[in-house]
Design a protein around this ligand. Structure first.
Ligand code: NDP
Ligand code: HSE
Length: 395
C-alpha cells in the first residue's frame, strides 16, 4: 500500500482526503492501493474525524520512510516551496494544485524531482479538474500547438455569469464565490487576472519548453466591467469573459483580458465556475476542453490522479516539464483583433469614422461600437487621438 501525506487541510486538501477515502477500493481495482497517513496543517482540527491524522510538524512526514507521495494543497510560494523541495530531495513525489508555486518554481522543482528519482506533478494547477496538463503532455504529444485561448479562472467566470444573467453586484457575487471555496485566499489574484495569467504562463511553459513568467504577460482583470458593458454586450449578441490566450505563431505572445465573446463561439456558453479552453494544433486542428475550473472535489480529483500516476510509475519521472531558460514573449499588441469601444454620444460619429466601426449602438449618454480589425498598437494610437472615450473591451 502507498502511504500518502496531504499538506494543507483546506478546500482542496480536504477534498484530496475525501477522494482517496471514498474511491480507495476503485483505485485499488485499477492497480494502485493508496491511503492517507498524515495531513499537515497549522490547526489541529480537534473533534473532527481527521484529527487522528493531523500533524503540525512537517518533519514527521518527511522523516517517515513509508510516505511515497505528498499532495501539496497549502498554497503560496514560501512554506509550500520549502516543504515541496525537501520532500523531493528525499525522493518523495509531490502533486500540487498550487499554480503560484508551479509558475514561480516549477522548473526548479521538476529538476529536483528528476535528480532524486521522483516526480513533481501539477495537473490541478490549471483548469481545476480538467485534465489539461496530461492532455498536452500525452494526447497532444505529436501536435505542434500554435494557440491556446480560453477561460482559466472559475471565480471570475462565476462572477461575470451572475452579473450577466441575474444583474448581481460584483461584491455580492465575489463573496458567494469565496463561500463556495472557488476564490484564492486573496481574491485580488482572481479578479485582477493574476491567477489566469499564472495558468496561461504554465501552459506557455509546457508548450514552449521554456520558463514563462507571469509578470511578462499583459494582464487586465474584471474589476472595471460594469452593468452598462453587459447591456451593450447583450445587444451585440455577446457575453463577456475573462480570456487568457497564448499564441505561438511567429514567437510567443500572451495576454489576459476581458473579451466580448460572440454567440457562435463555444466559449460563450461556458458559465459559472466552469472553464473552457480551445487549443489549436497543426494536425488535430481545434480541440476544446471543458469542466469545473475550481472547487473542492473537482480539483482534488486531479491531484489524486497525479498521485495515482506517481505510485503506478514509482521511481520513474512522470510527465514533461520545461527548462529554467526564460521564455521571452513578443509584444501582444502586434496581434490583430477587433475592439468594442464606448464613446460619449457627442464624439461617437468621429470615433466610428476613425475606428472603421460600421454598426453603432446608441444608449442615453453613450454609443457602443466595434472597430474594424487592426493590431493593438494601431488601435491604441487611434484611440489616443479620440475624445469622449469611456472604455474599450477586446472583441
Ligand atoms: P485553503 O486556504 O482552503 O487551504 C489551505 C490550507 O493549508 C489551510 O487549511 C491552511 O491553514 C493550510 N496551510 C497554509 N499554510 C500552511 C503551513 N505553512 N503549514 C501547514 N498548513 C498550512 O486553500 P485552497 O484549498 O482553496 O487552495 C489550496 C491551493 O490550491 C492554492 O494554491 C490554490 O490556488 C489551489 N487551487 C485551489 C482551488 C480551489 O477551488 N479552491 C482550485 C485549484 C487550485 P489556515 O487556513 O489555517 O491558513
Ligand atoms: N481561484 C481559482 C479559480 C481556483 O477560481 O479558478 C482554481 O485554480
Amino acid at each position: 500500500m502507498a502511504e500518502i501525506a496531504v499538506f494543507g487541510y483546506g478546500t482542496v486538501g480536504s477534498g484530496v482526503v475525501e477522494v482517496i477515502d471514498r474511491n480507495a477500493e476503485l483505485m485499488k481495482s485499477r492497480g494502485v492501493d493508496m491511503h492517507v497517513k498524515y495531513v499537515l496543517d497549522i490547526r489541529d482540527f480537534s473533534g473532527d474525524p481527521i484529527s487522528s491524522r493531523i500533524v503540525n510538524d512537517v518533519d514527521v512526514i518527511l522523516n517517515d520512510p513509508e510516505i511515497s507521495v505528498v499532495c501539496e494543497t497549502m498554497g503560496g510560494a514560501t512554506f509550500a516551496y520549502e516543504y515541496s523541495r525537501k520532500a523531493l530531495e528525499k525522493g518523495i513525489s509531490v502533486c500540487t494544485s498550487n499554480k503560484e508555486l508551479v509558475e514561480a518554481k516549477g522548473a526548479e522543482l521538476m529538476k529536483t524531482a528528476r535528480e532524486h528519482g521522483c516526480s513533481y506533478m501539477f495537473e490541478a494547477s490549471v483548469g481545476g479538474g480538467i485534465p489539461l496538463i496530461r492532455t498536452i503532455n500525452d494526447a497532444l504529444t505529436a501536435e505542434r500547438i500554435d494557440r491556446i485561448y480560453g477561460i482559466l479562472n472559475g471565480t471570475t467566470n462565476y462572477i461575470l455569469t451572475k452579473m450577466d444573467e441575474c444583474g448581481a453586484g460584483f461584491d455580492e457575487v465575489l463573496k458567494e464565490a469565496q463561500e463556495l471555496g472557488y476564490a484564492e485566499k486573496d481574491p485580488t489574484a482572481d479578479v485582477e487576472g493574476h491567477d489566469a495569467c499564472r495558468k496561461i504562463a504554465i501552459l506557455a511553459s509546457l508548450v514552449s519548453g521554456k520558463c514563462a513568467e507571469w509578470k511578462d504577460i499583459d494582464t487586465e482583470g474584471i474589476t472595471n466591467i460594469d452593468t452598462e458593458d453587459f447591456r451593450f454586450a447583450k445587444e451585440l449578441g455577446c457575453s463577456i469573459k475573462l480570456i487568457a490566450m497564448c499564441d505561438f505563431n511567429d514567437g510567443c505572445r500572451a495576454i489576459v483580458s476581458p473579451r466580448m465573446i460572440t454567440a457562435d463561439s463555444p466559449l460563450n456558453s461556458v458559465k459559472g465556475v466552469f472553464n473552457g479552453v480551445l487549443i489549436h494544433s497543426d494536425m488535430l486542428d481545434d480541440s476544446m476542453y471543458y469542466g469545473r475550473g475550481a472547487g473542492k472535489l473537482a480539483t482534488a480529483s486531479a491531484v489524486v490522479a497525479d498521485a495515482f500516476e506517481c505510485v503506478r510509475f514509482d521511481g520513474k519521472e512522470v510527465g514533461r516539464g520545461w527548462s529554467e531558460e526564460k521564455l521571452v514573449f513578443a509584444d501582444a499588441d502586434d496581434m490583430k483583433g477587433r475592439f468594442f469601444v464606448r464613446v460619449d454620444n457627442a464624439n461617437a460619429d468621429a470615433a466610428a469614422a476613425a475606428l472603421g466601426a460600421s454598426d453603432k449602438i446608441k444608449h442615453e449618454n453613450e454609443t457602443g461600437m466595434v472597430s474594424a480589425e487592426m493590431n493593438g498598437k494601431e488601435f491604441k494610437k487611434k484611440l489616443s487621438g479620440l475624445s469622449g472615450v469611456v472604455k474599450f473591451i477586446r472583441f
